[in-house]
Design a protein around this ligand. Structure first.
Ligand code: HEM
Ligand SMILES: *[C@@H]1O[C@H](CO)[C@@H](O)[C@H](O)[C@H]1NC(C)=O
Length: 321
C-alpha cells in the first residue's frame, strides 16, 4: 500500500533529520533547503480540498486552534485512539468529537509532502500551514508561517476537555482560557473573527437563540426554524457562523455582533457592553486592521511549542521507537 511505502522512506530518513532539528524557536525558512517545494504542495492540496468542499477551509482553521490549545501546536489532536495499547487521543474530547473535521485532508497533505520530502516535515507544521492557506484561499490575510515544530508522542484528552472554551462561555471565561495560553483579550477577539467562515451545530447555539436576550429577534427566529428547542431534536443541524457572508473570510463577523447576530453565545459576549466592544467596533469598520491582527494572533498562537518530539511518519500514530 502507498501509505506503507511512505512510512518506510520517512523512517529511514528520520535519524538523519533529527540531528538538524535541535534549534529552539521557529523560523519561516526552516524547510528552505530540506523541502523547498513544501509551501506549494500544501497550498495546492488545500486548494483542491476547498474546491471540492468550501467548508473544509474553515474546518482546517479550527483544527489548528484545537491543536495549539492542547499541550501545544504539536499535532497531538491528530493521534488516533489505539484500543490495543490503551492509548487515548484527543479526538473523543467534548469539543472535538463529531465536530472537528479535516483529518483526512491533513493525511492527504502529509502524503503529498512525503512524496517530495520524505521524513522531513512535521504534522504540526502541516496543520499550521493548512490553517494559513485556508485563511488566504477563503479571502482572508496571508502571512509567513514560522516553522520547525515537532510532533508530540503524547496527547491529552483531559486537557482538551479542560482548556478548550465552550460556546456557552462568558467573556471572563474566554479571556481566562486564552490568557492561560499567553494570548491577550485582543488576540482572542481577533481569533474569534475566524467565525466569519464555517458552521455550527444546533446543539452549540440552541440556548443562545432560545434563552438569551442579547440577540436580534428576527435572527433568533430565523435560526429557530432549523434548530428545534427540545434537546435531542436536530442537534446536528448546521447554521453558518456568519449570517452575512458565510463563504468569505472577511470582517462581517464583527458587523453581525454589532447588530446582535452572533450565532454562539461566546460570539455575542464580545459585544454586549463589556471590554471588547470598542475593538469589535474597530474591526467591523476597518477590515485591514482585523486582517493584520488576525495574522499576528495566528502566528502568536502558533508559537505555542511543545517540549520536543519527532517528525511523525503517519500523522495519526507515533513512530515506532
Ligand atoms: C473564543 C472561543 C471559541 C469558542 C467558544 C468556539 C466554539 C466553536 C463552536 C462551538 C463551533 C461549532 C462546532 C460544531 O458545531 O461542530 C466552532 C466552529 C468554528 N471555530 Fe470556533 N470557537 C472559538 C474560537 C475559535 C478560534 C480561536 C478559531 C480559530 C482561530 C476558531 C475557528 C472556528 C471555525 C473556523 C469554525 C467552523 C468549523 C467548521 O465549519 O468545520 N474558533 N467554534
Ligand atoms: C432555557 O431556560 C430554561 C429555564 O432555565 C430551561 O429550562 C430551558 O431548557 C432552556 N432552553 C434552552 C433551549 O436552553
Amino acid at each position: 500500500m502507498a501509505s506503507g511505502s511512505h512510512s518506510w522512506h520517512c523512517c529511514l530518513l528520520l535519524a538523519f533529520f533529527l540531528v538538524f532539528s535541535g534549534a529552539d524557536g521557529l523560523s519561516t525558512a526552516y524547510y528552505a533547503t530540506s523541502c523547498p517545494s513544501l509551501q506549494q504542495v500544501v497550498r495546492a492540496t488545500v486548494s483542491s480540498a476547498i474546491q471540492a468542499e468550501r467548508r473544509i477551509g474553515a474546518s482546517l482553521i479550527r483544527l489548528f486552534f484545537h491543536d495549539c490549545f492542547v499541550q501545544a501546536c504539536d499535532a497531538s489532536i491528530l493521534l488516533d485512539d489505539v484500543p490495543e495499547t490503551g492509548f487515548v487521543g484527543e479526538k473523543t474530547a467534548g469539543p472535538n468529537v463529531n465536530s472537528v473535521r479535516g483529518y483526512e485532508v491533513i493525511d492527504r497533505i502529509k502524503a503529498n509532502v512525503e512524496d517530495v520530502c520524505p521524513g522531513v516535515v512535521s504534522c504540526a507544521d502541516i496543520v499550521a500551514l493548512a490553517a494559513r492557506d485556508s485563511t488566504a484561499l477563503l479571502g482572508g490575510p496571508n502571512w509567513a508561517v514560522p516553522l520547525g515544530r515537532l510532533d508530540s508522542t503524547t496527547a491529552s484528552l483531559a486537557e482538551a476537555n479542560r482548556d478548550l472554551p465552550g460556546p456557552d462561555s462568558d467573556l471572563g471565561t474566554l479571556i481566562a482560557r486564552f490568557g492561560a495560553k499567553g494570548l491577550s483579550p485582543r488576540d482572542m477577539t481577533a481569533l474569534s473573527g475566524s467565525h466569519t467562515v464555517g458552521f455550527s451545530q444546533c446543539t452549540n447555539f440552541r440556548a443562545h437563540i432560545y434563552n438569551d436576550t442579547d440577540i436580534d429577534p428576527a435572527f433568533a427566529a430565523l435560526r429557530r426554524r432549523t434548530c428545534p428547542a427540545a434537546a435531542g431534536n436536530g442537534d446536528s443541524n448546521l447554521a453558518p457562523l456568519d449570517v452575512q457572508t458565510q463563504n468569505a473570510f472577511d470582517n462581517a463577523y464583527y458587523h453581525n455582533l454589532l447588530v446582535r447576530r452572533g450565532l454562539l453565545h461566546s460570539d455575542q459576549v464580545l459585544f454586549n457592553g463589556g471590554s471588547q466592544d470598542a475593538l469589535v467596533q474597530q474591526y467591523s469598520s476597518n477590515p485591514s486592521l482585523f486582517a493584520a491582527d488576525f495574522a499576528k494572533a495566528m502566528v502568536k498562537m502558533g508559537n505555542l511549542c511543545g517540549a520536543g518530539g519527532e517528525v511523525r511518519c503517519d500523522c495519526r500514530v507515533v513512530n515506532d521507537s
